[in-house]
Design a protein around this ligand. Structure first.
Ligand code: SF4
Length: 401
């Protein structure tokens, strides 16, 4: 293992390290500056899968699956493919684009380390159009950059879903497919395929250099390492932050200069509302505030959470691939019912919203209906008072709905 970079060396392996890890080389650093900051590229001789298991690194794209398990499953097959996923379909997320534009070499290090660990025969980076130029420039600087093919993702919500990623790279159509096949067994062209979010790959590149124990030098036992979050909404200064795992939501908001909030949407459009009384919850895949795609949206006092939820659900209903019943029929009906709830609902509207949200979950070929259902059900809980107020023709946002 190499020595740690200077900006990370301030943390001890037994104490959470609050120093940033992912942007140590400086924004937009070239390959030489990157190597000067982090040391030589990870050795392919390292037992990366074992180090990843030791690190506890989980996927940063939303599902929080243990990274080592996906590598181990893919490595068991013949001639695998590895795809770095920077599609970032979540509209409020900027973390992946920020990472690819400002620390592209860390992403490529992780991508190639993962490819070596599973003995991949083909390697792709799938990124949003704005990230294509910086990543191609970075690849051109590297002696190993020729191994990576870049594919540009469309700007749609579902373009980053793993099945859609494989379809986009293979056939140029970013639509999800059914969940019957594991990508680790049969993905691109029928080969075992590993799809990892670009932030996950950046962390993986560091684990390959410094080892699993080093990774645990930041964060908590349950959520080791650091993670990127994109913070937006009713606050003075949002943006992308690198935070230790297990950071309290309230501390993230405070770092953005936020005062009191009515609620926070944690995890993005497929996430869940956290009411003001619970903002002391720690961000953790196994906790009350599940970071998901690393998106936090602050709802200021006096703003109507039902209204914002209705806007988001209408957007999500329009973003489905229209291939499955729950998306073609269920989500538009759900969007209509949530819109009614955010206005002046008739008796029984809340029950209809709950029924529709429960019905669409688990029935699509991908998780799009599940995530939409989670958002809506969490809004019913977090904004129970608002639901009651709207039923009587009042709204916390002031005046009539
Ligand atoms: S569940 Fe919805 S988004 Fe997913 S594949 Fe089916 S139609 Fe497309």
């Amino acid at each position: 293992m190499n020595a740690r970079p200077a900006a990370v060396a301030t943390g001890s392996p037994t104490r959470p390290d609050t120093a940033g890890r992912l942007f140590v080389a400086g924004a937009g650093a070239g390959h030489e500056a990157h190597l000067a900051a982090y040391g030589p590229a990870p050795s392919s001789g390292t037992d990366l899968i074992r180090e990843l298991e030791l690190s506890g690194l989980t996927g940063r794209g939303g599902a929080a699956f243990p990274v080592w398990r996906k590598l181990a499953a893919t490595a068991a097959g013949r001639r695998p493919v590895v795809i770095g996923n920077g599609a970032e379909g979540e509209p409020r997320s900027r973390k992946d684009a920020t990472l690819v534009q400002h620390a592209p070499h860390l992403v490529v290090d992780g991508l190639l380390a993962a490819a070596d660990a599973v003995r991949a025969s083909r390697v792709y980076l799938y990124v949003r159009s704005g990230s294509g130029t910086p990543i191609r420039r970075a690849l051109a600087e590297r002696p190993d950059g020729g191994r990576v093919r870049v594919v540009v993702a469309p700007h749609t919500f579902v373009s980053g879903e793993a099945g859609a990623v494989v379809n986009a790279v293979g056939q140029g159509v970013a639509l999800p497919t059914d969940r019957l096949h594991r990508l680790s067994e049969t993905g691109l062209d029928g080969r075992p395929t590993l799809v990892h979010n670009v932030e996950t790959l950046a962390h993986l590149g560091l684990v390959a250099r410094y080892g699993g124990s080093w990774f645990r030098g930041a964060g908590t036992l349950e959520d080791p390492g650091t993670r990127l979050v994109t913070v937006s909404g009713d606050l003075p200064a949002g943006g992308v932050l690198e935070i230790p795992g297990g950071t309290r939501v309230a501390d993230v908001l405070a770092a953005c200069g936020t005062g009191p909030v009515a609620a926070v949407l944690v995890g993005g459009y497929h996430g869940a509302w956290l009411p003001a009384a619970e903002v002391d919850a720690r961000l953790s895949p196994s906790g009350r505030a599940v970071p998901g795609a690393g998106v936090l949206i602050a709802l200021g006092p006096g703003r109507c959470g039902l209204h914002l939820t209705a806007q988001i659900v209408r957007y999500l209903a329009g973003q489905s691939a229209g291939q499955c019943g729950p998306c073609r029929f269920g989500l538009p009906a759900l969007a209509g019912a949530v819109g009614e709830l955010a206005g002046r609902p008739a008796v029984g509207t809340e029950g209809r919203v709950r029924r529709l949200a429960t019905t669409v979950a688990g029935r699509g070929a991908c998780h799009h209906p599940d995530g939409t259902s989670r958002l809506v059900l969490s809004a019913l809980d977090a904004f129970a008072d608002d639901v009651a107020a709207h039923a009587t023709g009042r709204c916390v946002a002031g005046g009539r709905p």
